[in-house]
Design a protein around this ligand. Structure first.
Ligand SMILES: Nc1ncnc2c1ncn2[C@@H]1O[C@H](COP(=O)(O)OP(=O)(O)O)[C@@H](O)[C@H]1O
Ligand SMILES: [Mg+2]
Length: 264
């Protein structure tokens, strides 16, 4: 048993499209995994299944040995309390401060009535401050989320996910809305902190270069199937061709990148 065990995962959408066919993935504490593949390969579908937002057609997803399709709603809530999500579009509460947004990450750890009243004790507030500090945003704590830049917003979203004290972090194209330099910085922060905390992190990434730079393990998906699962160093031209085969221009760009890249 690993922290996350996915076996024979299949997803067929109501329109009959098979987005995932028999995907298996086993991952343990502290691994930083990048999922790569062309647009439409099935990356988001996979993450949505792990996040409990998409019901698999077949197969099993186990978190710490528990099959998420078989546990009751209360247990499911307890499991997902320790799963943090980071989305491309941040999903912050725009009119709340950065600090209040990070405190939202503590909601799962506070009893119902207290959280409804917006009451967070000193312990929760200290965690929120600490996480904002780690992403370098302490001085923006009081700023409304809608006044933050894109990079700052995603840092707040990262701090919010960390405030959950997660065992698993899921990030779907977390830096796709940021310019390249900022994308690398934000992903650098995310992977550094996840590594420090030993949090299993699974991130869908559009760019192979980012996967190479920040992941320990790369899972390549093509047409709903895992076609590569290994270290970033193994992403040679033939592997990239397998992953991006059905997307000729992208595959060629990747190959050029592979030729000029010196790995990590
Ligand atoms: N709700 C849906 N209904 C039907 N098809 C979908 C739905 N969501 C995604 N798809 C299709 O499933 C495939 C995989 O999508 P997705 O997981 O979003 O891929 P990726 O994130 O790799 O771009 C695509 O062909 C997409 O068009
Ligand atoms: Mg996607």
């Amino acid at each position: 048993m690993s922290l996350l065990d996915i076996d024979g995962l299949r997803v067929v959408y109501p329109n009959g499209h098979e987005a995932l066919r028999s995907v298996s993935l086993h991952a343990g504490q502290g691994e930083i995994i990048a999922v790569i593949g062309r647009s439409g390969a099935g990356k988001s579908t996979l993450l949505r299944c792990i996040a409990g937002l998409q019901r698999p057609t077949a197969g099993a997803i186990r978190l710490e040995g528990e099959d998420i399709a078989r546990v009751g709603p209360e247990r499911l809530r307890a499991i997902y309390r320790r799963v943090g999500f980071i989305w491309q579009e941040y999903h912050l509460v725009e009119r709340l401060s950065a600090f209040a947004n990070v405190l939202i990450g503590r909601l799962g750890h506070t009893p119902g009535p207290a959280s409804l009243l917006g009451y967070f004790n000193r312990h929760h507030r200290a965690i929120a401050v600490h996480q904002l500090e780690r992403v370098g945003l302490l001085e923006k704590a009081r700023q409304r989320a809608d006044r933050l830049s894109g990079g700052e917003k995603q840092r707040v979203a990262i701090a919010r996910a960390l405030a959950q004290e997660p065992v698993l972090l899921l990030a779907d194209e977390p830096v796709a809305s940021l310019d390249p330099e900022l994308a690398a910085q934000v992903l650098g922060d995310l992977s550094r902190i996840a590594r420090e905390d030993g949090v299993l992190t699974i991130m869908n990434l559009h760019q192979v270069a980012l996967a190479r730079a920040f992941a320990d393990r790369v899972v390549g998906i093509a047409r709903g199937e895992v076609v590569y699962d290994g270290p970033p160093q193994g992403l040679d031209a033939s592997v990239l061709d397998r992953i991006y085969r059905f997307d000729r221009p992208a595959a060629e760009a990747m190959e050029r990148e592979a030729e000029t890249s010196h790995g990590r």
